[in-house]
Design a protein around this ligand. Structure first.
Ligand code: A3P
Length: 269
């Protein structure tokens, strides 16, 4: 199965969309100078990135609502690897918050020598795949996903942006960053009341134009096809999509690729 060379860029083995990334933006990330008090939320796409873009400014600014009500999420807590970072980097107030989909091996040298902290957000890969399937339908800068079954093959083969979920997990779970890294799951965030506070709840983010991508032209993100904040019944939507054959296929590929790893998964596959 191949991927669209027109839509995607290859960078050190990683597949990224050209609309949001360029060779320059990826190199800019490599040269980025991390500060010791930076906080970085790392996710495989569709694991809760924009949720972190809402939570982090609230936590770092003592609950001040101004950033989340006045600055679009991609400028407020920018992606390390995306094009807009170079444009907004000088406007970021300290302590800075960023997000990234990079695997650990692509983190810039200054990250490794700094004391910057990381929050690695994990989500059940079956729900990630469902979320990603709908995202591919609404995002004009991503390949059409085809049928759900075809998309499952692509996802399992890593022929999607940021490659295989298992590779991403392995890279960060084995990163040995000690107390510089905190692991949390999307499912835990959905259960803990604090993360569902009035200002970072699904509902309020859905109504916040600075967070729901409604500022993006429809040709890039069409919420009529599928809203970015898709479903409030957040954990376990895969049960509404997977056939039993698909579940067996998915589980066997993922389990095989994680065989022998010392970390365990927070969900049963
Ligand atoms: P669904 O497509 O399952 O609805 P990312 O930001 O990494 O692309 O992840 C997007 C997913 O996170 C979407 O999942 C979106 O609805 C969900 N999400 C974002 N904010 C959320 C919140 N406050 N509560 C629950 N889920 C949220």
């Amino acid at each position: 199965m191949s991927i669209s060379e027109e839509m995607y860029l290859h960078y050190h083995g990683l597949i990224v969309p050209k609309e949001t990334h360029s060779y320059e933006s990826l190199e800019f990330a490599q040269g980025f100078k991390f500060e010791d008090d930076d906080v970085l939320a790392v996710t495989y796409p569709k694991s809760g990135t924009i949720w972190m873009q809402e939570i982090l400014p609230l936590v770092l600014n003592g609950g001040d609502l101004t950033p989340i009500h006045t600055i679009p999420n991609w400028e407020r807590v920018p992606w390390l690897e995306e094009k807009q970072l170079a444009r907004v980097v000088d406007k970021l107030a300290s302590p800075r918050a960023l997000v990234s989909h990079f695997p650990y091996n692509l983190m810039p040298p200054s990250f490794c020598t700094s004391k910057a902290k990381v929050i690695y957000v994990m989500r059940n890969p079956k729900d990630i795949m469902v979320s990603s399937y709908y995202f591919h339908q609404m995002a004009g800068f991503l390949e059409d996903p085809g049928t759900f079954d075809e998309f499952m093959d692509k996802f399992l083969e890593g022929k999607v942006m940021f490659g295989k979920w298992t590779d991403h997990m392995k890279s960060w779970r084995n990163s040995e960053l000690g107390d510089r890294i905190m692991y949390i799951t999307y499912e835990e965030m959905a259960q803990v009341k604090h993360f569902q506070s009035e200002h970072c709840s699904f509902k309020s983010m859905q109504n916040n134009n600075m967070s729901n991508f409604s500022l993006i032209p429809k040709v890039y993100m069409d919420s009529d096809k599928s809203p970015f904040l898709r479903k409030v019944s957040i954990a376990g939507d895969w049960k509404n999509h997977f056939s039993s054959e698909q579940l067996t296929r998915f589980t066997s590929v993922i389990s095989k690729e994680l065989e022998g790893e010392s970390f365990s998964l927070p969900w049963s596959l």
